[in-house]
Ligand binder design. Structure first.
Ligand SMILES: CC(C)(COP(=O)(O)OP(=O)(O)OC[C@H]1O[C@@H](n2cnc3c(N)ncnc32)[C@H](O)[C@@H]1OP(=O)(O)O)[C@@H](O)C(=O)NCCC(=O)NCCS
Length: 184
Protein backbone atom coordinates (compact mmCIF):
# COMPACT_ATOMS: atom_id res chain seq x y z
CA UNK A 1 0.00 0.00 0.00
CA UNK A 2 1.58 3.30 -1.12
CA UNK A 3 -0.23 6.35 0.12
CA UNK A 4 0.90 9.95 0.50
CA UNK A 5 -1.16 12.04 2.89
CA UNK A 6 -2.29 15.40 1.45
CA UNK A 7 0.48 17.97 1.66
CA UNK A 8 0.06 21.68 0.85
CA UNK A 9 2.68 23.74 -0.99
CA UNK A 10 2.57 27.45 -1.80
CA UNK A 11 2.19 28.02 -5.49
CA UNK A 12 4.35 30.67 -7.19
CA UNK A 13 2.12 33.62 -7.92
CA UNK A 14 -0.20 32.87 -4.98
CA UNK A 15 -2.53 30.11 -3.92
CA UNK A 16 -1.87 26.60 -2.77
CA UNK A 17 -1.30 23.28 -4.47
CA UNK A 18 -2.08 20.05 -2.67
CA UNK A 19 -0.09 16.92 -3.46
CA UNK A 20 -1.80 13.65 -2.50
CA UNK A 21 -2.24 10.07 -3.59
CA UNK A 22 -4.49 9.60 -6.59
CA UNK A 23 -7.93 8.19 -5.82
CA UNK A 24 -10.48 6.62 -8.15
CA UNK A 25 -12.54 9.83 -8.17
CA UNK A 26 -9.62 11.51 -10.02
CA UNK A 27 -9.95 9.17 -13.01
CA UNK A 28 -12.05 11.49 -15.16
CA UNK A 29 -9.78 14.51 -14.69
CA UNK A 30 -6.63 12.45 -15.22
CA UNK A 31 -8.04 11.15 -18.52
CA UNK A 32 -9.01 14.67 -19.58
CA UNK A 33 -5.51 15.94 -18.79
CA UNK A 34 -4.04 13.06 -20.79
CA UNK A 35 -6.00 14.19 -23.86
CA UNK A 36 -4.54 17.69 -23.48
CA UNK A 37 -0.98 16.53 -22.92
CA UNK A 38 -0.58 13.81 -25.57
CA UNK A 39 -0.57 16.22 -28.56
CA UNK A 40 2.34 18.11 -26.97
CA UNK A 41 5.98 17.27 -27.70
CA UNK A 42 7.98 15.12 -25.26
CA UNK A 43 5.59 12.21 -24.94
CA UNK A 44 6.53 8.69 -25.96
CA UNK A 45 2.85 7.94 -26.50
CA UNK A 46 1.41 9.41 -29.70
CA UNK A 47 -1.99 11.17 -29.61
CA UNK A 48 -4.78 8.61 -29.95
CA UNK A 49 -2.43 5.68 -29.43
CA UNK A 50 -3.84 4.83 -26.05
CA UNK A 51 -7.34 5.61 -24.84
CA UNK A 52 -7.82 4.06 -21.42
CA UNK A 53 -11.43 3.55 -20.44
CA UNK A 54 -12.77 4.95 -17.23
CA UNK A 55 -12.64 1.44 -15.71
CA UNK A 56 -9.05 0.91 -16.81
CA UNK A 57 -8.05 4.22 -15.27
CA UNK A 58 -9.78 3.23 -12.01
CA UNK A 59 -7.85 -0.03 -11.98
CA UNK A 60 -4.56 1.79 -12.72
CA UNK A 61 -5.13 4.16 -9.79
CA UNK A 62 -6.11 1.31 -7.46
CA UNK A 63 -3.02 -0.69 -8.45
CA UNK A 64 -0.74 2.25 -7.67
CA UNK A 65 -2.30 2.68 -4.27
CA UNK A 66 -2.55 -0.97 -3.30
CA UNK A 67 0.46 -2.71 -4.83
CA UNK A 68 3.73 -2.28 -3.00
CA UNK A 69 6.42 -0.42 -4.89
CA UNK A 70 4.03 1.72 -6.92
CA UNK A 71 2.92 5.27 -6.28
CA UNK A 72 0.62 7.68 -8.12
CA UNK A 73 0.32 11.21 -6.79
CA UNK A 74 -1.68 14.11 -8.14
CA UNK A 75 -1.42 17.89 -7.81
CA UNK A 76 -4.73 19.54 -7.00
CA UNK A 77 -5.49 23.27 -7.34
CA UNK A 78 -8.93 24.56 -6.34
CA UNK A 79 -10.39 21.05 -6.53
CA UNK A 80 -8.97 20.38 -9.99
CA UNK A 81 -6.31 17.77 -10.78
CA UNK A 82 -3.57 19.60 -12.72
CA UNK A 83 -0.57 17.29 -12.38
CA UNK A 84 0.31 13.61 -12.11
CA UNK A 85 3.42 11.65 -11.18
CA UNK A 86 3.65 7.85 -11.19
CA UNK A 87 6.50 5.71 -9.93
CA UNK A 88 7.19 2.00 -10.07
CA UNK A 89 9.97 -0.08 -8.48
CA UNK A 90 11.78 -2.76 -10.43
CA UNK A 91 9.83 -6.02 -10.60
CA UNK A 92 12.71 -8.36 -9.69
CA UNK A 93 14.63 -8.70 -6.42
CA UNK A 94 17.81 -7.39 -8.02
CA UNK A 95 16.01 -4.35 -9.45
CA UNK A 96 13.76 -3.67 -6.50
CA UNK A 97 16.09 -1.06 -4.96
CA UNK A 98 15.39 1.26 -7.87
CA UNK A 99 12.31 2.61 -9.59
CA UNK A 100 11.36 4.98 -12.38
CA UNK A 101 8.80 7.72 -12.70
CA UNK A 102 7.03 9.90 -15.24
CA UNK A 103 5.17 13.14 -14.65
CA UNK A 104 3.28 16.01 -16.21
CA UNK A 105 1.61 19.25 -15.24
CA UNK A 106 -1.18 20.62 -17.47
CA UNK A 107 0.05 23.59 -19.47
CA UNK A 108 -1.98 26.45 -17.89
CA UNK A 109 -0.54 25.48 -14.49
CA UNK A 110 3.14 25.27 -15.40
CA UNK A 111 5.88 27.48 -13.92
CA UNK A 112 4.06 27.79 -10.61
CA UNK A 113 6.16 25.33 -8.63
CA UNK A 114 3.84 22.34 -9.09
CA UNK A 115 6.53 20.21 -10.73
CA UNK A 116 8.80 21.05 -7.79
CA UNK A 117 6.07 20.02 -5.32
CA UNK A 118 5.49 16.68 -7.10
CA UNK A 119 9.21 15.78 -7.23
CA UNK A 120 9.78 16.89 -3.61
CA UNK A 121 6.91 14.66 -2.49
CA UNK A 122 8.19 11.69 -4.50
CA UNK A 123 11.71 12.00 -3.08
CA UNK A 124 10.45 12.34 0.51
CA UNK A 125 8.27 9.26 0.03
CA UNK A 126 11.14 7.31 -1.55
CA UNK A 127 13.50 8.18 1.32
CA UNK A 128 10.97 6.82 3.82
CA UNK A 129 10.22 3.69 1.80
CA UNK A 130 12.31 0.73 2.96
CA UNK A 131 14.85 -0.43 0.41
CA UNK A 132 14.57 2.30 -2.23
CA UNK A 133 18.05 3.48 -3.12
CA UNK A 134 17.77 4.92 -6.61
CA UNK A 135 15.10 6.98 -8.38
CA UNK A 136 15.35 7.02 -12.18
CA UNK A 137 13.71 8.56 -15.24
CA UNK A 138 14.09 8.97 -18.97
CA UNK A 139 13.54 12.35 -20.63
CA UNK A 140 13.80 13.64 -24.21
CA UNK A 141 17.31 15.05 -24.49
CA UNK A 142 16.00 18.45 -25.66
CA UNK A 143 13.29 18.77 -22.98
CA UNK A 144 15.01 21.66 -21.19
CA UNK A 145 12.17 22.41 -18.78
CA UNK A 146 12.05 18.87 -17.43
CA UNK A 147 15.83 18.42 -17.34
CA UNK A 148 16.22 21.63 -15.34
CA UNK A 149 13.52 20.52 -12.93
CA UNK A 150 15.29 17.21 -12.33
CA UNK A 151 18.74 18.81 -12.04
CA UNK A 152 17.32 21.23 -9.48
CA UNK A 153 16.32 18.19 -7.41
CA UNK A 154 19.75 16.56 -7.60
CA UNK A 155 19.26 14.19 -10.55
CA UNK A 156 22.30 13.56 -12.73
CA UNK A 157 22.58 12.19 -16.26
CA UNK A 158 23.72 8.57 -16.31
CA UNK A 159 23.43 7.93 -20.02
CA UNK A 160 22.08 8.98 -23.37
CA UNK A 161 20.17 6.72 -25.74
CA UNK A 162 20.68 7.67 -29.34
CA UNK A 163 17.62 7.71 -31.63
CA UNK A 164 15.62 6.14 -28.82
CA UNK A 165 12.36 7.70 -30.02
CA UNK A 166 11.11 7.60 -33.60
CA UNK A 167 8.70 10.43 -34.26
CA UNK A 168 5.73 10.24 -36.64
CA UNK A 169 7.56 12.32 -39.28
CA UNK A 170 10.36 9.73 -39.41
CA UNK A 171 12.89 11.81 -37.49
CA UNK A 172 14.48 10.57 -34.29
CA UNK A 173 15.04 11.97 -30.84
CA UNK A 174 17.57 10.96 -28.20
CA UNK A 175 16.64 10.62 -24.59
CA UNK A 176 18.76 10.85 -21.48
CA UNK A 177 18.57 8.64 -18.44
CA UNK A 178 18.77 10.50 -15.15
CA UNK A 179 18.92 9.26 -11.58
CA UNK A 180 19.20 10.34 -8.01
CA UNK A 181 20.27 8.26 -5.04
CA UNK A 182 18.08 8.57 -1.97
CA UNK A 183 19.76 6.22 0.46
CA UNK A 184 21.33 7.95 3.45
C1 LIG B 1 8.44 19.52 -16.91
C2 LIG B 1 7.20 19.97 -16.13
C3 LIG B 1 6.65 18.77 -15.36
C4 LIG B 1 7.60 21.08 -15.14
O1 LIG B 1 6.47 21.38 -14.33
P1 LIG B 1 6.23 22.84 -13.72
O2 LIG B 1 5.14 22.75 -12.74
O3 LIG B 1 6.09 23.84 -14.81
O4 LIG B 1 7.63 23.10 -12.98
P2 LIG B 1 7.90 24.15 -11.80
O5 LIG B 1 7.11 25.39 -12.01
O6 LIG B 1 7.77 23.46 -10.50
O7 LIG B 1 9.43 24.48 -12.06
C5 LIG B 1 10.44 23.81 -11.31
C6 LIG B 1 11.77 24.01 -12.00
O8 LIG B 1 11.75 23.36 -13.28
C7 LIG B 1 12.51 24.13 -14.21
N1 LIG B 1 11.62 24.59 -15.26
C8 LIG B 1 10.28 24.35 -15.35
N2 LIG B 1 9.80 24.87 -16.50
C9 LIG B 1 10.85 25.42 -17.14
C10 LIG B 1 10.97 26.10 -18.38
N3 LIG B 1 9.91 26.29 -19.18
N4 LIG B 1 12.21 26.50 -18.76
C11 LIG B 1 13.27 26.31 -17.97
N5 LIG B 1 13.21 25.68 -16.75
C12 LIG B 1 12.00 25.25 -16.37
C13 LIG B 1 13.11 25.28 -13.43
O9 LIG B 1 14.36 24.84 -12.91
C14 LIG B 1 12.13 25.44 -12.30
O10 LIG B 1 12.68 26.00 -11.16
P3 LIG B 1 12.68 27.61 -10.95
O11 LIG B 1 11.24 28.03 -11.06
O12 LIG B 1 13.27 27.80 -9.59
O13 LIG B 1 13.49 28.18 -12.08
C15 LIG B 1 6.12 20.56 -17.10
O14 LIG B 1 6.73 21.52 -17.93
C16 LIG B 1 5.44 19.51 -17.97
O15 LIG B 1 4.52 18.85 -17.57
N6 LIG B 1 5.90 19.37 -19.23
C17 LIG B 1 5.29 18.44 -20.19
C18 LIG B 1 5.46 16.99 -19.80
C19 LIG B 1 6.91 16.65 -19.53
O16 LIG B 1 7.83 17.13 -20.20
N7 LIG B 1 7.10 15.80 -18.53
C20 LIG B 1 8.41 15.30 -18.18
C21 LIG B 1 8.63 14.01 -18.89
S1 LIG B 1 10.15 13.25 -18.38
Amino acid sequence: MSVVEPRAFSSKGGGTVTIRSAVEADAEQILRNLEDILPEPYNVTAPGEIAPSFEEEHAWIAAHREEPGRLAIVAEVDGRVVGLLDFQRGPRRRLHHRGAFGMSVTSPFRRRGIGDALVTTLLDWARAEPGIVKVCLAVYADNEAARRLYEKHGFVVEGRRLREIRLDDGTYADDVLMCRFVDP
